[in-house]
Design a protein. Sequence first.
Length: 357
Amino acid sequence: MAVPLDGVLSQAQRESLEIVSFIFHIIDADAGEDEDVIFLDEVQLQAAQKKFFLDRLRDIAEGTQYVFKQDAVHLKEKCQQLVDAPDKFIELSRQITTDFSGRHQGQMSAGVFIVSIVKYVAAAHDWRQLVFLVKMDKQPSFTYSYEEKDGRRVAVINEVQNSLNESKNAIQKSALIDVSDQFAWDVLAFDRVKKPGLGDYFRAFLGVTERQQDAVLTRTAHGQVRKWAKKLPAEQLPPGEDLNTFAGRSLNYLNDHDVFDTDDYLNAVVRDENADRKAMLMGSLREVLAEAGVAGQQFRPQPGSLRTSERKQVYQTLEGVTISFEGSAEAVGMAIEQLGNGRARVTIETNRLDAKG
């Protein structure tokens, strides 16, 4: 039996995603007495709309990892049934939407709740299925036209009440659910209102808990950067870069940020004036973080969980001088000038120099 994967979907797997089944139901507190959900029987998606939802699916395919609680079986069972009984897709989607809507205390913002089955290529000739759940809020918009009146062009503006904005910000809550044993996680979830965590009712609806704690994710992220940088061939390194420069900026980011964001982290760690090489290095590091189950996760960095040896950047000269510090060289006032033929000049500017005996 194969060991479940720690990581999320690879880039190739995300690109292979296809929609198998798709429906949404309308959540509207003003729909009528005791009816806050209007059930639909079919949704016809155009090519541009399929692309929009697949793009959003690819976004969350790197979300924070959760596992189902042992005593929470409702959604897990429903999602398994969605995959096993495609002829009951509409019926099951209504049950899931009703459960989601009913858990919200107070009036829920109007919008739609999407239930979808998607498939991806897990390996050659091996298609697997996932369940994709999304809450999108309704966002009224305006359309305009104009007409000629007495030689003047007069604009006419109309409001479209039932409008869904095709942007990332339209997604309020989402979950990608794996009911197989392909991955070590069960759910990748995102809650725009409560990020980096989940709101209480959304967490209860999913029936999940975090797969890994913040300290574990912190150590994994920093450790993977060090391993990745150590393996980089010299010809791929930007000028002046080495293992310590990448690791130092990683530590600075973990120290300075309250919430870990993959894109921000990659941009902070990889520094290069060559845009093509920077994109290549960021893509390479992203894949490493994805395989380790870190990419896409949102968590609160815990730099204090790193051991002293993991925090230190160390240089050793041929003459036996050891330089050890935390963070980036710039942050501690150190500069390294390459002189050619393996020679280098190290300059350290400090407010005080003490002798240690």
